[in-house]
Design a protein around this ligand. Structure first.
Ligand code: SAH
Length: 341
């Protein structure tokens, strides 16, 4: 009988360029032996190899490299070469899929009643739950009592996790467990969903997405207002006060138009800047803005104000808040209508 050389817990990466760097990042913390194949390595690959985080073999992967390894990731950055690498893996019997699965689940704005039925089921079936800081205990209490629950907000790696740490953890658990990645509101709205999907794709881990009620949709319901209304606004903007570069830039002219409606997330510290931009582009001082803090939670607060007074009104706000530009609570609107008659 021929002896098959074993390479336990070994992941092979075909390619040593920027695609391989992206694929490797989440794998570095998993403890797997990483063998990277390809000439002309990216500087980061060389640096990792020198630091002992992986071994780099400066040539194209061949059939004999693959035998006995656990997994191969094709990350050459070239479709034909990726297909060739996957072909080698398949011939060596390496194409067994990972057994784990990640469900990205939107937890809604906080009230457990606003979870979807599917979110509830997935929480009950989860083996591992990785959740954001904004997901309240009342929702975690619905999870499988045997599940390992990890908050990706503080603990573990220090006061705040880097996205790379979260990706690595997701990949490490997602490889062989039923993982729920629980994010507040909807995962696809300011939730860094793409970074996490990229990490799972690179590691060959399957995932699904369950939508959730986003904060602004819950806030509008609380205000008894609609987000679009015939004759007022034909569209809704969902914007952030901040992006990776600092205060986010937007199409201020359109946002400043009468009747424009925007839901501003993460807008507290950018409020003075937002006000300045909107007024400069012609918005009225009296444009209604309603701050909804802790939407749908027991400590929810509704603070109706105007664009001019927005920064001052935010002084009192300590919890997560969404700023509803162009919207007043229905009661206030009805009152103003009566006054005008
Ligand atoms: N994915 C989330 C948004 C995450 S970004 C969603 O779809 O709702 C975090 C921002 O969301 C906060 O700064 C705040 O602006 C908003 N937010 C989240 N939960 C909220 C809540 N319960 N009430 C008000 N705003 C909330």
């Amino acid at each position: 009988m021929t002896q098959i050389p074993r390479q336990p817990n070994t992941i092979l990466i075909a390619g040593a360029g920027s695609c391989a760097v992206a694929a490797l990042r989440p794998l570095l913390a998993t403890g797997a032996h990483l063998r990277v194949f390809g000439p002309n390595p990216a500087p980061q690959i060389t640096a990792w190899a020198e630091a002992g985080a992986l071994s780099h073999i400066p040539r194209v992967l061949t059939f004999s490299d693959v035998i006995g390894a656990d997994r191969l990731i094709a990350a050459t950055g070239n479709t034909a070469q990726d297909i060739a690498a996957k072909d080698i893996a398949a011939r060596a019997g390496l194409d067994h899929p990972t057994t784990g699965h990640v469900h990205f689940v939107g937890a809604g704005p906080g009230d457990p009643d606003l979870l979807t039925f599917r979110a509830h089921t997935l929480l009950r079936e989860a083996e591992v739950i990785l959740h954001d800081r904004l997901v309240p205990d009342a929702i975690l209490a619905l999870a499988n009592p045997a599940a390992k629950i990890i908050e990706t907000g503080k603990t573990a790696f220090g006061p705040s996790w880097s996205q790379g740490d979260i990706n690595a953890l997701l990949v490490a658990h997602g490889a062989n467990a039923r993982v729920v990645r629980l994010k507040s509101g909807d995962s696809g709205i300011f939730g860094r969903l793409d970074e996490e999907m990229d990490a799972l794709d690179a590691a060959g881990i399957a995932y699904t997405i369950t939508p959730g009620i986003t904060a602004s949709v819950a806030a509008a319901a609380t205000l008894k207002t609609s987000l679009t209304k015939r004759g007022r606004n034909t569209g809704l903007r969902i914007i952030t006060g901040h992006d990776t570069e600092g205060y986010a830039d937007h199409d201020w002219r359109t946002l400043a138009e009468p009747g424009a409606v925007a839901a501003i997330y993460m807008g507290k510290s950018a409020a003075t800047y937002l006000r300045g931009r909107l007024l400069m582009h012609g918005a009225e001082d009296a444009t209604p803005v309603t701050i909804v803090e802790n939407a749908s939670r027991p400590d929810q607060r509704i603070l109706p104000t105007t664009l001019l007074s927005l920064p001052d009104a935010l002084d009192a706000v300590t919890g997560p808040a969404v700023l509803m530009l162009g919207l007043a609570p229905r009661e206030a609107a009805a009152f103003a209508l009566k006054e005008a008659l």
